[in-house]
Design a protein around this ligand. Sequence first.
Ligand code: BGC
Length: 459
Amino acid sequence: MRKLSPTFIYFFGALGGLLFGYDTGVISGALLFIEKDLNVQSWAEGWITSAVLLGAVIGAMTIGPMSDRYGRKKLLLLSAVIFFVGALGSGFSNTVTLLIISRIILGIAVGAASALVPTYLSELSPAEIRGSVSTMFQLMIMTGILLAYISNYVLQGVAGNWHWMLGLAAVPAALLFIGGLLLPESPRFLVRHNNEKQAREVLNMINNNPDAVDAEIADISLMANEEKKGGFEELFGKMSRPVLIMAMGLAIFQQVMGCNTVLYFAPSIFVSVGFGDSAALLAHVGIGIFNVIVTYIAMKCMDKVDRRWMLNFGAWGMGISLVMMSAGMMLDNSFGFAKYLAVIALTVYIAFFSATWGPVMWVMIGESFPLNIRGLGNSFGAVVNWAANFVVSLTFLPLLSFFGTGKIFLLYAAFCFLSIWFTSKKVIETRGKTLEQIEAELHHRANHNVENSMSNEIA
Ligand code: BGC
C-alpha cells in the first residue's frame, strides 16, 4: 500500500465538504442571473434552490448506508463521480428542467458526502485528535461556501456568468476523485471485513507508535467480532437507541436554530444598514472569510473542550444574539443604532454557530454509532438533518410574512434555548474516548438498564 501523510489523507477525506459548501452556497448569487436568462417562474425558483436539499435527502438515504457493506472509500469515489456529472450538468443547462434535474443529481452527491465523510474521518483519526480531524469537514463546508461567494462576486460581469458559477464545481469534484483513488479504506471497516493486515498498514500511516496500533487493532477486533444483528434492527435496538435519539436531536436542532436562514438573510440586513447591493455581496464574502477563520479556531479547540459544553455554550450565544438581532430589526425605523445592532448580532450569531453547532453536530454523528452500523447511523443523522433543512427553508418565507422580519428570529432563538435542555438530557460525551470505548459504554448502558429493569421486576 502506498504510504501517505496523515495530512493528505485528512485533506482528501474531508474534501467532499468543500463541494457540499460550494454547491449549496453558490445558488443564491447565481439565481439573480438565471432568473433573467431562463425566464424563471416563481415556482421554479423555489425548485432550483431546494433541488439540492431534496437530492441530499435521497443521497444520504441511499448511498450512505451502503458504506457498511462496500466500504467508505468506494462510495466516496462514487459521490465524486456524481458531483462531477451534476456540476457539469448544471453548468451546461439551458432549460429550467435540465437545471433542476442536474441540481437534484448534485444534491445526491452532497447528501452522500455528508453521510460518508464524518464516519470516514472519525474512523481514521486517533482519539486525542478525532474532534479536530472531523471538524475539517465543517471547515471544508465553510471554505466551499466562501469560494461560492467569491465566484458569485467575481463572475458577475463575465458572459455566461451563472453557467461558470455552477460548472466550476466540476474542478474540485475531479480533484476529489483523483485524490480519492489514493485514499486508504477505513481501518475499522477493514478489520470488520477481516482484513487486519491492511488495517494495520493504514493505522501505521497515521500513528507512528506500533504498540498503540496493536492495541487499537485488538480493540477494534473485539467490537467487530461480536455477534450483532446489523441494519435497522440494530439501529433501532436497545443498545443504539440513546445515540439514535442524540443524533436525531442534534441534526434537527442544528437546522431549527436558523443557521441557513440567517446566512441567507445576511445580504439584506447589510443593505438595510446602508450598504449598496454590490457592497452587500462583498460583505457576504467578508462573512465567508470570517466563518472559515472561526471554524479553524474551533478545530484547534475541539479536543480540548467537552462537546456538550461546546453545544451549550453555542446555544446560549446563538440564542442571545438572535434575540438582539430581532430587537435590532424591530427597532429599525425608530433608532439609528438599531440597524448596527442587527449587523453585530448577526456576526456574533454566525461566529457561535461556526465554532460550535456547525462542526460538533457532524463530528458527533460520525463518531457515536457502533462499528457495525456506523455508516447507517451517520446516514440516518444526515437524512434527518437534510430533511430538517428542507422543512426550515420551505417554511421560512410563509413564516416571515406571518411573523415579520424581526419576530421570526425569536422563534429560532426559542429553539436555541430548548436545545440546552436537550443537550443536558440526551447528549453523551465522546471527547477523548476511542470509538471502541464509546461503543463499550453503550453496551454497558444497555446491559445495566436490563439489569435494573430485572431487579425492579424481582423487587
Ligand atoms: C450545516 C448546513 C449549513 C452549513 C454552513 C453545516 O454544518 O449542516 O446546513 O449550510 O453548516 O453553515
